[in-house]
Design a binder for this molecule. Structure first.
Ligand SMILES: [Zn+2]
Ligand SMILES: [Zn+2]
Length: 86
């Protein structure tokens, strides 16, 4: 019988995929269908793709828009040159 790392009196029902710690039902938090203990959840609290990190995504979107604008600008320049070149 395996017991929870945090609760020695409770049976372990899963293993944290990050730290391989045996965890009970109360300690287990499913994230994208994968078991995580609270220690790892806290460690992942500030990961960039979390909803809390809005600014990172916004900056990425802005960079993408700028790249698209440059592409459109140079693309049209190239088109015009191709059409009206002697
Ligand atoms: Zn863990
Ligand atoms: Zn537990």
């Amino acid at each position: 019988m395996v017991y929870c790392q945090y609760h020695p009196d409770r049976p372990g029902i899963g293993i944290c995929v990050r730290c391989r710690t045996v965890i009970c039902r109360d300690c287990c938090t499913r994230l994208d269908g994968i078991n995580h203990c609270h220690a790892c959840l806290r460690a992942m609290g500030d990961r960039p793709e979390a909803p809390a990190g809005h600014r990172g995504g916004q900056m990425l979107a802005t960079a993408g828009l700028v790249a698209l604008a440059w592409l459109t600008f140079f693309g049209s320049l190239w088109l015009v040159q191709g059409r009206w070149a002697p």
